[in-house]
Design a binder for this molecule. Structure first.
Ligand code: 5RP
Length: 218
């Protein structure tokens, strides 16, 4: 089975977590795109969706799924999104697609966070995938120096601007032994908008695509 087939398989499995008559949150990336395509088959079941990026909003609209502003919604029953890495505690690295800030906001508003990923994303220790950090443009060099002090090797994602008008530093060479602590520490640096660590609010369920089918971790 290819990686993409595994992504499709978990995206379809995530439909089981969609509650009728509710608004749901939608992530960003190729796995989330599969979920949006699957969701289209049951679109009449839900009241609408809140998207974590302009790209996902467009895909939802193209399928005729109502896209709602988060400010007009009091709660989301579930948030479904992919990840770049997950450890066994369902702490995640996200932001490979650059949508980490809105992803973290929508996840925070959701009762349940269902992460969907192919089997290669499960790791023992987070950090092999470079940690994306969204930064206010004027603070880029200052934050890069702070990250070097912490043993990281930040690389500016050139030519990329987030949906919020900011830039991304991808931080290599981190072995993240204490994800919650690192997320809290980096959250405190002025200039950082969002750290791509989802550990303070981890996923509640991880649906992992494997050769043997969908593995569910909670
Ligand atoms: C986007 C993300 C994605 O969930 C993450 O990059 C995984 O992407 P894919 O589903 O394409 O493997 O965090 O910001």
């Amino acid at each position: 089975m290819t990686q993409d087939e595994m992504k499709k398989m978990v995206a379809e499995a995530a439909l089981d977590y969609v509650e009728a008559g509710t608004v749901i949150g939608i992530g960003t990336g190729s796995t989330a795109n599969h979920f949006i395509d699957s969701l289209a088959t049951i679109k009449h079941k839900i009241d609408g969706a809140v998207a974590s990026s302009n790209a996902s909003a467009k895909r939802l609209k193209d399928h005729g799924i109502p896209v709602l502003d988060l400010n007009s919604v009091s709660e989301l029953s579930v948030y479904v999104d992919g990840a770049d890495e997950s450890n066994h505690y369902l702490h995640l690295i996200k932001g490979g697609g650059g949508a980490l800030t809105r992803e973290k906001i929508v996840a925070a508003c959701s009762h349940k966070f269902v992460c969907i990923a192919d089997g290669s994303k499960l790791v023992d220790v987070l950090g092999k995938f470079p940690l994306p950090i969204e930064v206010i443009p004027m603070a880029r060099s200052m934050i890069a120096r702070e990250l070097v002090k912490r043993g990281g090797q930040p690389v500016y994602r050139e030519g990329f601007t987030t949906d919020n008008g900011n830039v991304i530093l991808d931080v290599h060479n981190l072995e993240i032994m204490e994800p919650v602590k690192l997320e809290q520490e980096l959250n405190n640096l002025p200039g950082i908008v969002t750290v791509g660590l989802f550990a303070i609010r981890p996923a509640d369920v991880l649906l992992l695509g494997t050769e043997d089918g969908v593995r569910t971790l909670t």
